[in-house]
Ligand binder design. Sequence first.
Ligand code: NAI
Length: 740
Amino acid sequence: MEIKKVVIIGSGTMGSGIAAQLCNANVPVTLLDLKTAISEKARERILKSRPPLLIDKSKINNIKVGNINDDFNTVKDADWVVEAVVEKIDIKHNIYKKIFTERKSGAIVSSNTSSIPIKVLSEKLSNEEKKDFCITHFFNPVRYMGLLEIVKNENNDLNKINSLKKFCEEELGKGAIICKDTPGFLGNRVGVYAMQVAMTEAFKMKLSIEEADSIFGRPMGIPKTGVFGLYDLIGIDLMADVLKSFIKELPKTDEFQIVAKEIPLVKKLIATGYTGRKGKGGFYRMKKADNKKILEAINLETGEYYSSKKIDIKSEKVDLKSLINRKDKYGKYGWSVISKIIKYASSLVPSVTDKFNDIDEAMRLGFNWVKGPFEMLSEIGVKNFFEKIDSFENNKFLENLAKSKNEDFYGERQLYTEIETLGKAKPKATKIDKNNSAEIYRFEDFNIVEFTTKANVLDYDSMDCLKKATNKPLIIINESMQFSAGVNLTYTMNFADKGDFKSIEKFIKYFQDTCKHLKYCDNPVISAPSGLALGGGEEVVLQSNFVVSHTNIVMGLVETLVGLVPAGGGCKEVLWRWSQSDEAKKDPDFAPLKVFDIIGYAKTATSPIEAEPLKYLKPEDKKIMNRNSLFSVAKKILEENKDFKAPEVCKFNLSGKPLKEKMIKVLEKLYNDKVILDHGMEVGKELANVLSGGETTIDKTLSEDDLYKLELESFMRLIQTKKTQERIKHTLTTGKPLVN
Ligand code: NAI
């Protein structure tokens, strides 16, 4: 069965998200709603969405719109019809009746319901119709959330379900997990339970919301929105509806019932319009005073807001063992939350799933957790866990584990997919080296480097691992969300604060040496980025021999925003790429001016389609929809390049002074128009110096080393200025750039 055309009914949050992802996969789709005006609005929303739902905005016309009265005949041509209307059973039943009368024979029909059992959805369908009906539960935002839960019914044509699963994996890039027909399936059942535990325990243990979010976050391998931040993001009212549905659907004895009880403060917030970010605020709110925005947090006992406090629990890494062994309230909270999540998740085996592993994967793909509950248990250690846990009656999984004491109970990962993923390869690989910032694995006859810092920021140690790992063909890839957010600015500022600029210079020099080595060593180097590849992260990508990029990436050389210039070869490499263009052959200033514009404005791309015109990616770089496939595609490239030869070295002829003057003219205009201020001018001039070749003339040939030197000199001059340091500090504390 081939899926060539899709109709989606209901163009709200989910319908429009699914339509955009189909459009990303080049599948024509029609969005129908009650009125065409509603689906037209949905299309506008798709175009304006941030982060963008579309990989390539120019493809928007692949999404056609209409209404269910005049345009329902489009269903006739569809190979797959997705229902994504409001969560009301009568409305859904009516729609199925219409779809099944109209659809072409054998077309798949699915519902995006998050809470209605398939038994109920399909109760009015004939056995023949049931064959082609299932639930396809996508997560919001569809482009970015990896999880798709597919729920079958007892009559399904299994071949068809499998081909739908394959389509969703390969074309839509989803991790598709087949689930049983139980409330909340896997992701929400465990994910919402975990949120409720994190919340109710914070109330019970009298933690502030910032404290709870700082524990139920990075130290546990959970996104930094934590629980209260996530509540605000999802919508406090929406969460209340979700809980009501769980209370109704789950047996009275289910542990979920205990944590799903209505909380008076939450009720009050909803009633007063504090529904989260979309409302007046939520657990957190932004208060404007004296032209400044102040983040406030709610006091869980009094309901009053106060100026939010940054909590530093002195733990940058995911480290469950240290967390639960802490003797302070953070340790107690951490253990209480983690142990309850492990107990609950394991109580669902085998009734909700017989593959416990699927729960972990659902948490990774649907909630962006680094580890699922069973991996947490494995990390804590079976012996440790049972020494600490109080009781686990009626939990078959834990009873068996307590008996077997099997520390290696986990077995294989990612059983839901046949793709050879990094997650499957790592346990079979040998860890040959590691330091504080990265790890090297040997797999078959090549090496894998995985960065391990927060947002995979880079420092001397990261470079050390990269350099060491080039003794074999190398794939730079990681399981965590970001490829790399760039050079570790905290690390750099620690030196700057001490006036130790020598150490900064040594680091940047080593960064350059490493990138040059990645490009020219005898073994091929492949970068497989996903998520952020910014600044130094992008420089690693640029100087790898091959790139396999996920379609969900944010790429760019953004150094100027923090008052610096790219100095790991970024200026040099993008300049080289642009100087290979036809226009550059005619005009020697074309490439440097183009790169001046790109790096000067710190242009970022939010997909490979946007990255290519900036030459952050090359046309031959692979663009992959399914993140799970990055590893196997990279591995295939290594197999195809057994006789790899390092590229030829690059040479540059740059105009020097007259070119620099052209660039300064551009800066002066921006300065006069107040687009940039004093320091913007300084940073721009340094960039101009690098890209014009410094003290050179057009007839002089510069080597890559000459450009590395110019980058380093500019970087060192800038990092020593007070205003660059102010920019860096501002970005580190607020996450935003400072214009000075
Ligand atoms: P929504 O409220 O954003 O959109 C629903 C759309 O359905 C609206 O545009 C509405 O005009 C339209 N609609 C209502 N009756 C209709 C009819 N008879 N014919 C055609 N269109 C009709 O809802 P949302 O959030 O997109 O949810 C849709 C489905 O997806 C629900 O079943 C929900 O449970 C499920 N879901 C929602 C998630 C979320 O995060 N919002 C996540 C996963 C699943």
